[in-house]
Design a protein around this ligand. Structure first.
Ligand SMILES: Nc1ncnc2c1ncn2[C@@H]1O[C@H](COP(=O)(O)OP(=O)(O)OP(=O)(O)O)[C@@H](O)[C@H]1O
Ligand SMILES: [Mg+2]
Length: 355
């Protein structure tokens, strides 16, 4: 069927002991509804190596925020979770209330999609920053926490940070609040930072400034970052590894450059075709159709109805996420790619013929 000669799978890479900052293992999340519950995540597994930047990509509703919130045990009341979440080897589900408070105050921080959900409307920006810094490090004096807060406001690009300290959330724009939230996370000097669409509300130059700051913190201080975003430019510019989600599942995962240049899942391939052309500012194409409703997932591949490469088996058998490159640790959940490449290499636009 394919004109491409497939490279064989190489020998297994030597077992490197890269420390893992965050590991999601077979995570299933169910949220309560009036009479039953709805499964949001289906066996989501991926690892975030310490000191790396990992991006979560996928269309709206694919489960990016749910995965990030699960890692912090911040899901809505009544959520049921199975599987494991390990942060620095510690089981997040098993943490006592006190351990969890310390974990969220200092070890891991999350910047949420909606700034208003994380800021107290009646407290000044400075007060909230100082509290954030001191919740992570109770030994910081108020003065030290204040200095750190001003410094972080400056670093996220807010002009006149001294004056901003006395402002209240309602006095700031959405983009400014987004930067305040990032500063609020960073004053805690966390080891792990989860960012949920942290730059969506920002103009292009502020976005670039924030990404530069995150990269600086990552490269210079070893901050591990997980970033959920729709923005392929952001992903290309910052992420070491990319996790592509679709309808509550991971469909592809691997090194960013490799996944973007040579996707091994038709959904990733389609997603890459949506990237704006830099010279014209226009989008090349959109992905036709919509993801299936989470309470009506098909028995086979959830992407089958929208996929240009679908064959019969895709509709009947659900593909597992399988390792296709042991050296780069690249996984895909596409039956056709797995079978036609013998689990090996060739990119999606090469090996598969549209059916
Ligand atoms: N509190 C909730 N109650 C019910 N359903 C929810 C809740 N939160 C999320 N969902 C559903 O779970 C699915 C995954 O949502 P999630 O917010 O994780 O997706 P996402 O990939 O972050 O999307 P977006 O790109 O729009 O932020 C969606 O179908 C959403 O409607
Ligand atoms: Mg989201």
């Amino acid at each position: 069927m394919s004109p491409v000669a497939f490279a064989p799978v190489g020998p297994a890479a030597p077992a490197e002991t890269v420390p893992v900052a965050l590991s999601l293992q077979d995570l299933e999340v169910y949220l309560p509804r009036a009479d039953d519950e709805l499964q949001i995540l289906h066996g989501v597994s991926f690892e975030v190596p310490k000191g790396s930047v990992v991006a979560l990509a996928g269309e709206s509703g694919s489960g990016k925020s749910t995965a990030a919130l699960s890692a912090m045990r911040l899901l809505p009341w009544g959520a049921r979770v199975t599987g494991r979440i390990l942060a620095d080897g510690r089981d997040v589900a098993a943490m006592s209330r006190d351990e969890l408070r310390r974990f969220r105050a200092g070890h891991a921080r999350i910047v949420l999609q909606d700034p208003w959900s994380s800021l107290h409307p009646m407290h000044s920006i400075g007060g909230q920053l100082v509290e954030s810094a001191r919740s992570a490090d109770p030994w910081l004096s108020k003065q030290q926490a204040r200095e750190l807060s001003v410094e972080m406001l400056r670093r996220v690009g807010l002009p006149d940070p001294e004056t901003r300290m006395t402002a209240y959330p309602h006095e700031m724009s959405g983009g400014q609040l987004q930067r305040v939230l990032i500063a609020m996370a960073l004053v805690a000097r966390p080891q792990l930072l989860l960012c949920d669409e942290p730059t969506t509300a920002l103009d292009v130059s502020t976005q670039a400034q924030i990404l530069e700051l995150l990269l600086e913190l990552n490269r210079e201080m070893g901050l591990t970052i997980v970033i959920a975003t729709h923005d392929l430019d952001v992903i290309a510019g910052i992420a070491d590894r990319l996790v592509v989600m679709y309808a509550g599942r991971v469909v592809e995962e691997g090194p960013t450059a490799e996944v973007m240049a040579a996707p091994r899942h038709p959904y990733t391939w389609a997603l890459m075709q949506t990237a704006p052309k830099h010279n014209t500012g226009t989008r090349m194409r959109t992905i036709d159709g919509r993801p299936p409703a989470l309470d009506a997932l098909p028995p086979g591949c959830a992407f089958a109805d929208r996929c240009e490469f679908t064959v019969d088996v895709c509709r009947t058998s659900r593909p597992e996420l399988v390792l296709i490159d042991t050296h780069t640790v690249h996984r895909t959940a596409c039956t056709r790619v797995q079978s036609e490449t013998g689990g090996a290499t060739a990119a999606i636009d090469a090996p598969l013929e549209a059916s």
